[in-house]
Design a protein around this ligand. Structure first.
Ligand code: ATP
Ligand code: MG
Length: 347
């Protein structure tokens, strides 16, 4: 488990002051593929650099497996950093070293003997699909291959966590997909936690299980993707499964509904129509596979369909012609909430 508590990072250059992190508290459980998303300048890279203390936070704590990294003496911190691998957008390979030499490099620094370095590096090059390129130099590799070397190098010291800052941003979409698949495999096979910074929601949808949304140095929403999509008020949920809201016509009320695994496949809307006598029309939305689960967000409009059905006007009596009455959206929301559907009433 990686944890930050009230991380603050302020850069000062002369009289200018930039508050890159303004109190970030985040918990990243072991074994997750955790996305950190946000606009340019939101503080994502600063946060990831604070996680391995490449950047010293101005205040706050960083804990890895309950040990406060910010309180460790330099020598102990160096050894703890081996539990954290880094993957960079522009690979940062050493051009004077072969592919094998790049992967053995961190092991050399750790003082591991030549034979073991070589064996470990070859094993990892096999994992990333480059066993046959061990003696090549980085200049002869494609971007995707370079990133594979970057991932093998980051795994050399058997880390518990891989920090990836825009690891696929310099790659075309097909290569990017392959690298994301590889990161997913590394997560599954080695149980390595992957923290992945990106400004592309498609990356989060493709492999993340949880995510945090950053804005202006703060985390404004975070958690498991399925849970976030299932929360109608979630900003992350909105970004993961955007809706194109349609305006409500006269006599219509709109509801935002969110479905997760348990409810996505059940006929809850047709039951609603039958039980409460309301017509339900889907205005926008969709169902997708996100975070390993089936999730959906739908905007629906409601109209009373039957005489005597649930209506907001208290004086109306059974027998009032259908269509004249408004639907009691709160009652509908309550009915759906009881069945595990997230609801939010729209104007
Ligand atoms: N070394 C530094 N000195 C001064 N300001 C910095 C430094 N590093 C980052 N900043 C500032 O901190 C803020 C957050 O930057 P950061 O690089 O963390 O954003 P980001 O979310 O990674 O953006 P991007 O998506 O563009 O990579 C920005 O305003 C940036 O200019
Ligand atoms: Mg950045």
């Amino acid at each position: 488990m990686f944890r930050t508590e009230e991380l603050v990072k302020t850069f000062t250059h002369g009289s200018s002051r930039i508050e890159a992190l303004r109190g970030v508290s985040l918990a990243i459980p072991q074994g997750e593929v955790y996305g950190i998303i946000g606009r340019s300048g939101a503080g994502k890279s600063t946060l990831i650099r604070c996680l391995n203390l490449l950047e010293r936070p101005t205040s706050g704590r960083v804990l890895l497996d309950d040990e406060d990294l910010t309180a460790l003496p330099a020598a102990t911190l160096r050894s703890r950093r081996r539990r954290i691998g880094m993957v960079f957008q522009h690979f940062h390979l050493l051009s004077s070293r072969s592919v094998l030499g790049n992967v053995t490099f961190p092991l050399e620094i750790q003082g591991i003997d030549r034979a073991r370095r070589r064996a470990r590096a070859l094993e990892l090059l096999d994992v990333v699909g480059l066993a046959d390129r061990a003696d090549d130099y980085p200049s002869r590799l494609s971007g995707g291959q370079k990133q594979r070397v970057g991932i093998a190098r980051a795994l050399a010291g058997s880390p518990r966590v891989l920090l990836c800052d825009e690891a696929t941003s310099a790659l075309d979409s097909q290569t990017s997909e392959q690298i994301l698949d590889l990161l997913g495999e590394v997560n599954r096979v080695f149980g390595v936690t992957v923290v992945l910074i990106t400004h592309e929601m498609s990356v989060v949808r493709a492999i993340c299980t949880s995510a945090a949304l950053m804005e202006d140095g703060r985390v404004v929403d975070s958690g498991p993707l399925v849970e976030r999509v299932g929360d109608p008020s979630s900003d992350l949920g909105r970004l993961l499964l955007p809706l194109d809201p349609a305006p409500a016509a006269d006599g219509e009320r709109h509801l935002l509904l969110t479905f997760t695994d348990a409810t996505a496949g059940s006929p809850v809307l047709s039951q609603l129509a039958r039980d409460l006598g309301v017509d339900v029309t889907i205005r926008s939305g969709g169902v997708e596979r996100i975070g390993g689960a089936e999730v959906g967000r739908l905007q629906v409009s409601l109209r009373a369909s039957l005489p005597g059905s649930l209506r907001g006007s208290p004086g109306s009596s059974p027998g009032t012609p259908a269509g004249d009455a408004t639907v009691d959206v709160d009652a509908v929301a309550g009915y759906l909430a009881e069945r595990g559907v997230g609801t939010q009433v729209h104007a």
